[in-house]
Each structure stands twice: as structure tokens, then as C-alpha cells.
Write a protein that binds this ligand. Structure first.
Ligand SMILES: [Zn+2]
Ligand SMILES: [Zn+2]
Length: 289
């Protein structure tokens, strides 16, 4: 009987997974790749939700109580983190994955920023568009998993090393793809100010035309100014975003004789981080080269 109980205990222990919560599908992808079959991920924000306005519901907050670690993108993209922190138990920890990633400040007219929290001069939260930052994020996630579950340290380290190598290759692929676009044609015109990290790393000039709001329209004067600026820059294409209204962008494209590129993923992914980057870069290179 004693032997049986011990056996049962061993089985239970060896199959017990570390439960963590993820506040963003991009993080879920990273965590699942590093955590493999040793980690159970509670995905809090569903695919396709707007990262700037999403708030977890009470039931989701209750579910998060089951997890040892809670992973957030950080850089104040989850504006509810302060409130969430107060509802947590003492031994639960929120890991802001973006915290150690070098920050850029938002440098866009307020009407083109995603939301009031990220207007000109605030820290720009969109760090994931520079693939080098994804490598940094994987390192942070792996360290947290290793600390919370040291039995599987080697396993997490191995997965993290492989994933960082994959993102190193992806980063190099992005650089080689964008090199097909002549320097003077590298203006990236998007709806909201989400691509500053991308533009800085891969040497584009960023321009915004619309903001993220689905309803509000820019004024006639702003419209005319935008058209003039884009004409002066001889921009070849403008890019809608998967979650933003393409109407204004299409009008601007018409007025400036620019192409409308394939819609970019600014704040959301469909299947994986890698697929999001590949989609965006392919769309940008096809339209601008
Ligand atoms: Zn925002
Ligand atoms: Zn955004």
C-alpha cells in the first residue's frame, strides 16, 4: 500500500505541469515554444482582440489565480496591470517581458497614436516589431520558467536556445528582404503609430495617416496635409492594418497614386509570431520595391 501511494505520488509529480498565464497571444507563442509539454498556458487575451483596449473579465482574473506566473508584454500596453497586481495572491508574480527591452518614445502627432496612454513622448509599447526584441523576450521568459520550475531547467534552456536561434535567422531574413527596397523608397505609411521599432531597426522612415480609432475621421485640413506630405515623399504604397478601418487609407492612396499594400498585423497575430513578421515583411517588400 505504501509502495502504491509512493508510485502514485511520483506519477502525479512528474506529470504536473507549471501553470502560467499569458496576457498576449504573442507571449503565448513564445511561452509554448520554451515551455513545451512542461507548461500549461492560460491565454487571457483572445486572438484578434485589441491590445490597447482589452481588459480581463472577473472570471479571467479568477482563473489567473491558478497560475504561478503571469506574463505581460509590458511597457504599459496592458494598462490594467496595476489593478491586476492588487487582486493577486502574495506568491504570484507578474513578469513584464518588455521591461528590459530598450525603449523608444512615441514620436507621432496624437491623432495617429493608438490611444491616449501612448501619445507623443510616452514609451512606445510596440517592441515586438524588431525581431531582436523577440530574442530578448525569449530570454526573459526562459529565465522566469527556470526559476519557477528548476527541475526542468535544462529543458527550458534547450528550447530557448533553439527558439532564439530561429529568431536570429528571422531577423537576418528581414534585413536581407528589406535590402531589396532602395533606401529612398523606404517610407512605411501605416494607419497608427505601431511600427517605430520596426522602422528604426530596419531603416525605414515612418509615416502615419489615420490613427487606430475605427470611427473618428481626420479633418479635411489634416487629410490635405497628409496627401501633400506623402506626395512630396513620393511614397509608393500605404498599408492598412488588420484591425483598423482601411477607408481613409484607401482615399489617401487614391489621391497620392500610391498602391494599397496587403494589410499589416500591428498588434495581433493569427498563428505565430514568426508568421506575423513574415507576412508583414513580405507585404512591405512586395509593395515598396
Ligand atoms: Zn495604445
Ligand atoms: Zn498598437
Amino acid at each position: 500500500m505504501k509502495f502504491f501511494a509512493l508510485w502514485l505520488l511520483t506519477i502525479t509529480l512528474s506529470s504536473a505541469k507549471l501553470t502560467v498565464s499569458s496576457l498576449n497571444p504573442i507571449l503565448t507563442d513564445f511561452i509554448e515554444r520554451v515551455g513545451g509539454d512542461k507548461v500549461e498556458v492560460i491565454q487571457v487575451m483572445p486572438l484578434g482582440a485589441d491590445v490597447h483596449s482589452f481588459q480581463p473579465k472577473a472570471a479571467q482574473v479568477a482563473k489567473m489565480q491558478e497560475s504561478a506566473l503571469i506574463f505581460a508584454m509590458g511597457k504599459n500596453i496592458e494598462q490594467y496591470l496595476g489593478g491586476l497586481q492588487q487582486t493577486l495572491q502574495g506568491d504570484q508574480q507578474i513578469i513584464e517581458v518588455g521591461r528590459s527591452i530598450p525603449s523608444q518614445k512615441v514620436d507621432a502627432d496624437p491623432i495617429y497614436s493608438c490611444c491616449p496612454a501612448h501619445s507623443k513622448g510616452a514609451i512606445d509599447p510596440h517592441w515586438w516589431h524588431n525581431v531582436e526584441n523577440a530574442e530578448r523576450a525569449v530570454k526573459v521568459i526562459a529565465a522566469a520558467l527556470e526559476e519557477a520550475d528548476s527541475t526542468n531547467k535544462g529543458y527550458y534552456q534547450e528550447n530557448a536556445t533553439a527558439l532564439r536561434k530561429e529568431y536570429r535567422n528571422l531577423h537576418n531574413w528581414v534585413k536581407s528582404e528589406v535590402s531589396k527596397i532602395p533606401k529612398k523608397q523606404r517610407t512605411l505609411v501605416t494607419a497608427h503609430a505601431a511600427f517605430a521599432y520596426f522602422c528604426k531597426e530596419y531603416k525605414f522612415e515612418a509615416a502615419y495617416v489615420e490613427g487606430l480609432s475605427r470611427e473618428s475621421e481626420i479633418s479635411a485640413k489634416q487629410f490635405a496635409d497628409t496627401v501633400k506630405t506623402l506626395k512630396d515623399k513620393k511614397v509608393r504604397a500605404v498599408f492598412p492594418e488588420k484591425l483598423a478601418n482601411p477607408k481613409m487609407l484607401k482615399q489617401i492612396a487614391l489621391e497620392t497614386n500610391a498602391k494599397v499594400g496587403d494589410a499589416l498585423y500591428a498588434d495581433a497575430i493569427t498563428t505565430s509570431y514568426k508568421k506575423m513578421i513574415e507576412h508583414n515583411v513580405t507585404s512591405i517588400v512586395n509593395a515598396l520595391q
